[in-house]
Design a protein around this ligand. Sequence first.
Ligand code: SF4
Length: 377
Amino acid sequence: MIQYSLGIYLHTPFCVKKCSYCDFYSITDRRLIGPYVDALKREIQRAECLGQVDTVYWGGGTPSMLPAATVAEVMDVLAARFEILPDAEISLEANPGTVDLAYLKELKRIGVNRLNLGVQSFNDQDLSFLGRIHNAEEAVKAIDLARQAGFENLGIDLIYGLPGQTPLDLEHQIGAAAALAVEHISCYLLTLEPATPLARLVAQGTVALPDETQASQLMVAMAELLAAAGYHRYEISNFAREERYICRHNRRYWTMAPYLGFGPAAHSFVPPRRYWNLSSVSDYIEAVTDGSGPVAGSETLTREQRILEAVYLDLRLIEGIDLTAFESVFQVTVQDLFGPHWAGLLAENILEINNGWLRLTEKGLLLADAVPLYLDI
Ligand code: SF4
């Protein structure tokens, strides 16, 4: 059996309250937390041990709604089933409205070594618009508490592109984040997901999000401000103060490295197969408990799908595509795949080649989703 270097993703599908823009699957009924944790442990115990684990990521939902003792229990089950490397990156997403010093100290003590706080904004009006449970003061306090608890690898999420937001507003946001000297910043454009309260407000005409030009201006401003504050962009929306603070787990997704996901709605990828669990918490619990298994579907990626995903994901990384490695894996050149569009994408300064790597230019990064559409496969 092939032994992989693995990432493990643990999905916690609970939130204190749903945010106005979010369409991730999560529920607010805490009564299912106990049965969910039992099922999660059982799912891990039954997993095939496909290799050594070098990243673990608790995502959600809101993993910080779980007591630290529960996180520890699950980590123990994981460690009994898989070999977790001593220097593994162990991340946990936390909502600033759910943490205190004792909790964070306990997480640190049980081995969580990277905390990602869903700050989203340092502006109270923005936070209330987004339906977050915390205010700006609590966000700053959570970062301070995480430092006091000993976290030296601290990331935050920010959202930009709120209604009426200007590059100057963004400057305040980035300035606040940089003043706190967090190691990692994920900065996402607010996108409209169907069937969310935000989508309804936009449909009613109550709220207008930035148009394409305004969104592009904000994206350029965001990247410039973060660069000026000393953050190195390594993926379209992700910035790290130093290379060692790049999120190793998320990098797996962009490089199509293997990972196993546990919990409702969690996805797994063991090349070339991708599979995913039942989304509904109660269906997941039932399927794990009755032994039928939580996998809801799977697909084996064709060569064409793998090529398309590799180009799409590699181009999201600022380093781009290693052209030699790509050709040796897929037995085709990227140039051939872009066919008649290749010369134009280079001439129009959308793509550039540097030392055998193909990457999107600053201009090209604004068109990242559109460029792979030119592939002829
Ligand atoms: S806390 Fe996160 S996962 Fe939960 S509703 Fe808000 S954005 Fe979605």
